[in-house]
Design a protein. Structure first.
Lengths: 251, 309
């Protein structure tokens, strides 16, 4: 066994992910938040008197659920572990910082996908069929990678106070939702809106989700997939790079 | 003897505070190396640099031949760490913590399970293995952390005050486990405030003060080094005039304390030999003969206070 090899580090990342899921995700409040979020989002937007057609609303909600669930917990894990001194334990173990970050990403991606499937089921339940199951799964996978990388990227500032990070991440997360074509179709966006939408990975995910549920889309499907994959790769590399830089300052 | 741990000119500065200021030493295979120093001397900071938790500002550290900065994963694979602050995952059970360690060190599941249950038996926690660590007492946590550090059967073990705040039983359990492991060939780097512990356990100790090493030697030699004048207490079956004792070769001063004489001598060896000869030639029986060694405490206090701060 070569402890430095990629498969070995990937296995250790999986150990970190399992630990994260046990400790941070399979917790009553987190699970309740996760399960109720899709339901409340649906009730708020559907019953809330807005006249959005289901075929437009549901893909947007799928996007929001994936985005919020995959970024819900991960920004706080590093600060938590820093203050509980368990990060020091990980730092003394033969696992690279990149693999620790990957582990956190895997856990948040799995949580995101799990919760988002509830929204998908709500969509199916209210009579909206999934036209392209295969594309939906690709989109969910890439989107989850993207947003979980974004979530861990938000944890980069080396504070060990989780609430600071949570404030900061809310400040960044909400604007992203508004520029990503969730409430306003991309085609109807004002001129200044489109360039903003183009820098948000959530835009491409929602576009894909609309395609899966209704067949309608703004960008070509392959472009959506390609850009989502690119975002996932770039964000993953960025979060690993920055964590390597700031990790020593947490310890 | 090959060097298992080596530190060269380690420096770490926090703001304006030079916590570690050019520390160098080497630890040989199979050694128990004690690292002593007053609070804030830089022991923990040195240990954290050696174990790759924080990077040094300058200097290098190698463990098992791997540079901790350049080949951190390879170096870390070979050692276990018991950090200063308890840090098992409190939301996991002891067993889950042990399994997590096994996975982080890349052990096959079976082997990890076998080692984990053996170790939990050794540290007396098998009965509580399904309990969350949250509910553990300090001593239980510390024993668990030691077991966690041993799950991959490391060649080297770093411990930062492993017995701080523990009762006699937990302390003894930990120390005897360390002694056993050392007998099996494990090299041990031990930070401690407990002189008695260092004295009984360590082959060599380093004493650090204000981030600098002020002495490295075997505990016995350190004790001897601080006092060039040694003390012997002797008593005979009948009274002896003090002046007669004063003439025994090697004796500098004589104090009578009760029925004993306390002698200041230059060399213990010469003094004891001449005392025996003195007793024989005067038809005296030696009832007691004690050498009063300076304790490691004395050595420590002397070395860490000398020259003021
Ligand atoms: N993360 C940190 N940030 C700032 N200063 C630090 C940090 N860690 C240690 N120091 C400082 O470095 C110095 C050495 O600390 P260190 O913890 O190494 O001492 P120590 O020898 O382990 O002491 P103790 O016996 O109390 O454990 C202290 O002055 C401490 O205040
Ligand atoms: Mg310390």
């Amino acid at each position: 066994m070569n402890p430095e090899s990629l498969p070995e580090q990937a296995r250790r990342a999986w150990a970190v992910a399992k630990k994260d899921i046990r400790i941070y995700y399979l917790k009553g409040p987190v699970l309740i938040f996760g399960v109720f979020m899709p339901v409340f989002l649906f009730l708020a937007f559907y019953m809330g008197g807005r006249d959005l057609p289901l075929a437009f609303l549901i893909p947007g909600l799928v996007g929001m659920t994936l985005f919020f669930s995959a970024t819900a917990v991960s920004p706080a894990i590093f600060p938590w572990e820093g203050s509980a001194k368990t990060l020091e334990r990980l730092a003394a173990c033969p696992i690279s910082i990149e693999a620790i970050v990957l582990g956190d990403m895997i856990a948040s991606a799995l949580f995101g996908i799990g919760i988002t499937l509830i929204t998908v089921l709500i969509g199916v339940g209210v009579g909206l069929p999934v036209l392209h199951v295969d594309i939906l799964f690709i989109a969910l996978f890439l989107g989850a990678c993207c947003f979980s990388a974004l979530g861990t990227l938000l944890a980069v500032p080396p504070t060990n106070v989780p609430s600071n990070i949570m404030m900061l991440s809310s400040l960044l997360k909400f604007p992203l939702v508004f520029i990503s074509g969730i409430f306003v179709p991309l085609a109807e966006m004002p001129r200044w809106g489109l360039p903003l939408a183009a820098i948000s990975p959530l835009t491409y995910f929602c576009d894909l989700a609309r395609y899966c549920f209704s067949g309608a889309h703004y960008f070509p499907v392959t472009l959506d997939i390609g850009l989502l994959a690119l975002f996932a790769v770039v964000l993953s590399i960025a979060t690993m790079y920055f964590h390597r830089k700031t990790m020593p300052r947490r310890l | 003897m090959t060097d298992i741990i080596s530190a060269q000119d380690l420096v770490k500065t926090f703001g304006r505070n030079r916590a570690v200021d050019g520390v160098s030493f080497a630890v040989g295979e199979g050694e128990i190396f004690g690292f002593l120093g007053p609070n804030g001397a830089g022991k923990t900071t040195t240990t954290r640099m050696l174990t790759g938790v924080i990077p040094p500002d300058s200097g290098t550290a190698t463990v098992l031949g791997h540079d901790i900065r350049k080949k951190p994963v390879l170096a870390k694979q070979g050692f276990g760490v018991v950090p200063e602050t308890s840090n098992a995952y409190t939301d996991l059970s002891a067993w889950q913590n042990m399994m997590l360690m096994g996975e982080l060190y890349g052990l096959p599941r079976r082997l990890a399970e076998k080692r984990a249950s053996d170790l939990l038996v050794t540290v007396g926690l098998l009965g509580n293995k399904e309990q969350k660590v949250q509910a553990y007492s300090k001593g239980m946590k510390q024993r668990l952390i030691l077991a966690m550090a041993l799950v991959h059967d490391p060649k080297v073990l770093f411990l930062d005050e492993p017995t701080g705040g523990l009762d006699v039983q937990s302390t003894q359990m930990i120390l005897s486990l360390l002694r056993d492991k050392n007998r099996e060939g494990m090299t041990i780097f031990l930070t401690t405030h407990n002189m008695e512990e260092a004295n009984r356990l360590c082959h060599r100790v380093a004493i650090i003060r204000h981030g600098k090493i002020v002495a490295i030697d075997a505990p016995e030699k350190l004790k001897m080094a601080i006092d060039r004048v040694h003390r012997i207490e002797v008593s005979f079956d009948r009274g002896v005039p003090g002046e007669a004792l004063g003439e025994v070769s090697g004796v500098i001063a004589v104090n009578r304390i009760g029925d004993k004489y306390r002698l200041d001598v230059l060399s213990r060896d010469t003094a004891i030999r001449s005392l025996v000869a003195f007793a024989a030639s005067n038809n005296l029986q030696i009832v007691t003969l004690n050498t009063l060694a300076p304790t490691l405490d004395d050595a420590f206090l002397r070395l860490t206070q000398e020259g003021g701060s």
